[in-house]
Write a protein that binds this ligand. Sequence first.
Ligand code: ZN
Length: 283
Amino acid sequence: MAVENMKRILVEAQKGHYAVGAFNIVDYNSMRAVVSAAEETSAPVIVQTSVKTVKFWGAEAIVAWLNQIAKESPVSVALHLDHCKEVDFCRKCIDAGWSSVMIDASSLPFEENLAATKRVVEMAEAVAVSVEAEMGEIGGVEEDIVVADEDAHLADPKKVLAFCREVELACFAPAIGTAHGVYKGEPKLDFERLETIAKQTGVPIALHGGTGLADDVFRKGISLGCAKINISTQIKYAFIDGFVDYHNENKVYEPLKPLGAQLERIKKEVKEKIELFGSAGKA
Ligand SMILES: [Zn+2]
């Protein structure tokens, strides 16, 4: 199938009370692992790229890989740009073939965040591309930008509602207590805030900072309205460890062998998340 608009995938998830995994890939092999995992579980999936990854490989290469993989795949696959701070870079990816982008102007005041989001929604709508926006500040490290714990703040439900009335979004990422990277202590999610925001806006909610959350935290988040769950750090670990562990055990200088082990490691972990999120069998 062709690469799909993310909105349709998330509306289905919202209706069916499950969540679709959005997995951050870093190259062709990790992309192939994520889509293979979705195929083996018959699940819709979101292939997600950081701005850094797009700059590393070039937008055209990434789109070409996924077009090739998705064309031969029976499952629904969306290509989503994660945490993009610049409207112009969103435009570049929309033009190149992304089916969804996240404009993250959450560090700006409300009006400026809304204005930047509106600009992206306008250009995206014209070509049937979907948009995610964020409010509040999710802590941790993303794209080399560090949000210190004392600077992370949660999204105000009243402001989120006002924001979502102004723009048509495929999903919304309110800061509710999760963080990017590896959790140092037990993460404290504000489920009440999540529930209020999901109910009031009716917009599918994106849960960021999924790596390291307990299974029942995911289940509860999904039951309250999370329809997109981001998994990035866990994929980075599987990517490196899958390759390095194979090499340490076998010491064979045949690159395709550790690459195969890397693919299998990522695929296994993505499949586990897909099962947990309830999206298996929903492709
Ligand atoms: Zn994030």
